[in-house]
Design a protein around this ligand. Structure first.
Ligand code: SF4
Length: 396
């Protein structure tokens, strides 16, 4: 608890009401540090703090919990991002990446082009290919969507068995299953058999259907996202988890989202599933190329860094011992912003990426490629040690 002196100083500086708030924050911070889960009401109480001293206290606890759970080392992965097509049947409100077939800028990489990119990634020391794309109705092999995706994975894995293939969001899994009229289990199992190693937990946006109906009405609902992630874990495919924040969601909806991720992970652990959520990534909304209505409603185009940092600390405290790796997005926040997040509860700087299209087309300013030495220099500027990891957080 606060010492009498500290409390006195804070009272003098901030008045009685603030000291009460600070005492509550301190109590909740200690609770999280003791690995006792925060309730949704407690998470919301923290998230609603506006006072800079209170926010600094939350940062302090987020940082201490990071230290306790994962230590001082900051990790990164050498990977290549491949967005293999931007032709997509859906029209998410925030998406500047999608095109209809025949539109200017529409593209669909063929297998040879994808293999060349993977070869280049290997030459640059990548351990992972991260592959996602639009929902392209033409992407079929012998009339089967699943066959197309299986062949893609098979070719990549056969040629580059050393690469970890981190590919296809729960939305893409649902798309394949729907196109072929088969179960999610069948899709996941077939992809795993072909060599898929893990799934990105993207397309989660905010796991609250009110929000989804506004920003991505054609996407899978919250429960379907959670069901597919849970099934992946049962079948031995790890996933990541994400939150796209900073648009129309309320603080309570952010906490609901974090709570659903935490529950999903708890189920996987308690049920003894062979795979888990490996990390949490905050993906702040970038709206520069979003439709005018959404831009107007949000009121800014680039992420609010201060709010993002604060949210990273809250996510660290709320996800506690259940999801221990936390990553900011340097593509969206810039490397300097992402480096700051390492003092707000994060322990990982993500990947080198080598190329990125989805967020960059939305107007993000962070760039599309970073070298290992850029990541290392950023980490070491905080006097923390930098270590390369693989996709599953084993140090290399
Ligand atoms: S976010 Fe994904 S599913 Fe939505 S329109 Fe863009 S590419 Fe398609």
């Amino acid at each position: 608890m606060l010492s009498t002196d500290a409390a006195g100083t804070l009272r003098a500086r901030h008045g009685e009401k603030s000291i009460t708030d600070l005492t509550v924050i301190q109590k909740l911070g200690e609770q999280a540090l003791g690995l006792a889960d925060l309730t949704p009401a407690q998470g919301l109480r923290l998230l609603q703090c506006q006072d800079p001293t209170g926010r600094e206290l939350i940062r302090h606890y987020g940082d201490r919990l990071r230290q306790k759970l994962v230590g001082e080392t900051v990790t990164y992965v050498v990977n290549r991002n491949i967005n293999f097509t931007n032709i997509c049947e859906q029209h998410c409100n925030f998406c500047a990446f999608r095109r209809d077939e025949g539109d200017e800028g529409a593209y669909w990489l063929n297998e040879a082009q994808i293999l060349v990119k993977a070869q280049d990634a290997v030459a640059q020391g990548a351990t992972e290919i991260c592959m996602q794309g639009g929902l392209n109705l033409q992407a079929k092999q012998n009339g089967s969507s699943l066959d197309y995706y299986v062949q893609l994975i098979t070719r990549l894995k056969t040629q580059f068995p050393q690469l970890h293939l981190h590919a296809f969001s729960p939305q893409e899994i649902q798309f394949i299953a729907r196109e072929d009229g088969v179960s999610y289990t069948k899709v996941l199992q077939a992809l795993k058999n072909a060599g898929l190693d893990s799934l990105p937990g993207t397309a989660a946006e905010v796991l609250v259907d009110r929000v989804r109906r506004i920003i991505c009405p054609e996407k899978i609902d919250s429960q379907t996202w959670l069901d597919i992630v849970s099934l992946a874990h049962q079948l031995g495919l790890p996933t990541t988890s994400t939150l796209m924040a900073g648009h129309i969601e309320t603080p309570a909806e952010i906490i609901t989202h974090l709570d659903r991720l935490r529950q999903c992970q708890q189920t996987s652990i308690h049920q003894g599933y062979p795979a888990r959520i490996t990390e949490f990534i905050l993906l702040p909304f970038v709206g520069e190329s979003a439709p005018a209505m959404l831009r107007k409603r949000v009121g800014r185009d680039q992420p609010d860094l201060e709010q993002c940092l604060y949210l990273m600390a809250i996510a660290r405290l709320y996800l506690g011992q259940w999801i221990i790796n936390h990553q900011p997005s340097w593509v969206k926040l810039g490397l300097a912003g992402a480096t700051k997040a390492l003092q707000w509860g994060c322990n990982d700087l993500g990947g080198t990426l080598m190329e990125e299209h989805i967020t960059t087309m939305a107007g993000a300013k962070g760039g599309t490629c970073l070298s290992e030495s850029q990541l290392q220099t950023a980490i070491e500027s905080l006097n923390r040690s930098a270590r390369q990891r693989n996709t599953l957080y084993q140090l290399i």
